[in-house]
Design a protein around this ligand. Structure first.
Ligand SMILES: [Fe+2]
Length: 306
């Protein structure tokens, strides 16, 4: 296996290895896992991608998420990202699938709005448009390390609230359905996620974040905006242009990503599997310690539900 760096200080291509080898071979998995912890984004090209191969590869890294209500693939381990309607044609720009795709174009990390956030996502390209449709990544670990020490210390001891309805609301007010709101109450996570393998912290933030625990709304929003801008500074991203047979895996603890637009009439079909974070990935260090947070959480849940 050869590791070829791709991005500005993060992201690497794994060459000379297949999904099936990493799934089946302990040494190949150990090397891939070490590369994942180090480089945050891993690219494998020219893979023989099937649902089964993607599933077996993903399972190696941990327990898989079951797809939430309201997404294509609900109840399975697959999230189907598609703008192809039931009639086989590309949907109109105001269709829910197209709007969801627009929400994907906001900088985010996957599943920070879930009760168990994600360690990693694995995305495979099944149908790619002729141009555009890239996925753009930034390292929130490198962004953390660029912050001044006082701000680093502040965010290591701050907690942000994440809500799926908040990011969807930036695209259309009713894009998150009542079922999704009920299933996905706001979650509170530490603003910095420390990798337990290498001890390096990363800003943990996403378009889902709407408040800082214990801060006035305006002050919280200011901090969120400031950190989002710092994390997505120009010249710091890796842009992945998709080819059929590509598989990209990323560390949701240490990166953010966004989809890029493509010609609206062209179909695009991507399949994602998502690995839940576990205690060994640092999950327990992310939860807020204060009972106050739990109280706020209950209030948010009530208002989200009603
Ligand atoms: Fe995503």
């Amino acid at each position: 296996m050869k590791i070829v760096p791709l991005g500005p200080g993060f992201a690497a291509e794994l060459r000379g290895v297949t999904l099936a080898e990493i799934a089946a071979d302990d040494a190949a998995y150990a090397a891939a896992r070490a590369a994942f912890e180090e480089h945050s984004v891993l690219v494998l090209r020219d893979q023989d991608v099937t649902d089964e191969a993607q599933l077996a590869f993903s399972r190696r890294f941990g327990a898989l998420e079951v797809t939430k209500v309201g997404s294509l693939g609900t109840g399975t381990h697959f999230v189907i990202l598609s703008t192809i309607g039931e009639d086989g044609k590309v949907v109109a720009a105001d269709h829910r699938l197209a709007l969801r795709n627009k929400a994907n174009q906001l900088w985010h990390t996957d599943s920070s709005f879930k009760r168990v956030p994600a360690l990693a996502s694995v995305l495979s390209a099944r149908i790619v448009p002729t141009r555009g449709g890239e996925t753009e990544y930034v390292s929130t670990r490198l962004a953390f390390e660029r912050l001044d020490p006082a701000l680093r210390m502040r965010i290591e001891n701050s907690f942000a609230w994440h809500d799926y309805a908040h990011s969807r609301g930036q695209i259309a007010p009713d894009l998150a359905t009542p079922e999704e709101r009920a299933a996905l109450p706001p979650q509170c996570w530490r603003l910095a996620w420390k990798n337990p393998i290498n001890g390096r912290s990363a800003i943990y933030l996403a378009s889902h974040a709407f408040a800082i625990d214990g801060s006035e709304q305006a002050a919280g929003k200011k901090l969120i905006d400031e950190l989002m801008n710092a994390a997505t500074a120009p010249g710091t991203s890796y842009l992945h242009g998709w080819r059929s047979g590509d598989v990209v895996m990323w560390d949701n603890r240490a990166t953010m990503h966004r989809g890029r637009p493509w010609p609206a009439h062209e179909p695009r079909l991507m399949v994602r599997t998502t690995i839940s974070a576990a205690a060994a990935d640092g999950l327990e260090t992310m939860r807020p310690p204060s009972p106050k947070a739990a109280e706020y959480r209950d209030r948010s849940r009530e208002s989200a539900n009603g």
